[in-house]
Write a protein of this length. Sequence first.
Length: 358
Amino acid sequence: MARTETDRCPGVLAVHQAADGGLARVRLPGGRLSSAQLDVLRVAAAELGDGRLELTSRGNVQIRGLKADGPQELSDRLYSAGLLPSITHERVRNILASPLSGLDQESRYDVLPVAAALDRALCGRPALAELPGRFLFALDDGRGDLADVRADVAVRALDERSAVLSLGGRGVRVGWADVPELMLAAAEAFLAVRDQEWRIAEVGADRVLERLGVRADEVADTSSTRMAAGVHGSALVVTVPLGSVTQDQAAVLAQGGDEVRITPWRSVVVPVGATGLEEVGLVTQPDSVWEGVTACAGQPGCAKALADVRTDATRLNVVRGGRRVHWSGCERRCGKPAGAFVDVVAVGNGYLVDGERL
Ligand code: SF4
């Protein structure tokens, strides 16, 4: 399927002009942020944007409401903080890694160092700057938490020696030493066979595998686990209601330890023992009504929105027996989770919940 639209995926240098001002997306390979970097983002949001940090479904951070001179100042600050290591590749550093990797007993292999190595190698390949901004790499430490993120090139740990590299659900067993190179080779093979497509699923994994010269016959494990708020080994998973981090919340998260990890589920991993979290509205227990609730930008951030979905989600929290709930300001359903969810969509004079009026 050839695309006719331009890839407008936002970044730090390619800021999207939204209804509420500029929107910059900061890529965080593996979701990692030092506390000092989180503080740089917090201050930048306060001084250049609307004050909040938005967590995305790919473990990245967005700053909204940038004024006219905001993008230049923001990119200077991020560069100084080590958050903009490549000018040419900033929008293609889309690398997810299991956020609890190396921190609890579920981890078969610590994939965070692999994510860092993949990021460095990716930025060192000039041709890969041409990847679409939506192209996604995923490194699952074996627990299956990234099974439904719809990665283009996925790796799932089997043990400390080997993993399964998969495209389109079919995989090949590989050794860890070869993983970064093979993931990049798959991305290069995609670029070689694509026309205007953005994702491997659009060109067909078979064509990419053939170009790669790989015979993939292992079926990739697609079982998925969900990471709830609470203590996991040496880590504490903290859910951020609607993924919108306030100034107070960012300050408390940055004080919790040397590093935080942003997850693809609008939560943040901090060390066990971090304090002051509940007091600023963050969630540290798995039974919160906020668990699994997401929303698109809605009004006033999006010109297409028929409602202020974030305010309404807070006011009318729709709970459906532990199922995920996603609020959308229109039928595009931006940011909807993978898999099944309760669909709450604005229709101008109210909402439909799974097709029925709320
Ligand atoms: S779902 Fe609609 S209202 Fe929400 S961000 Fe996307 S386009 Fe805007």
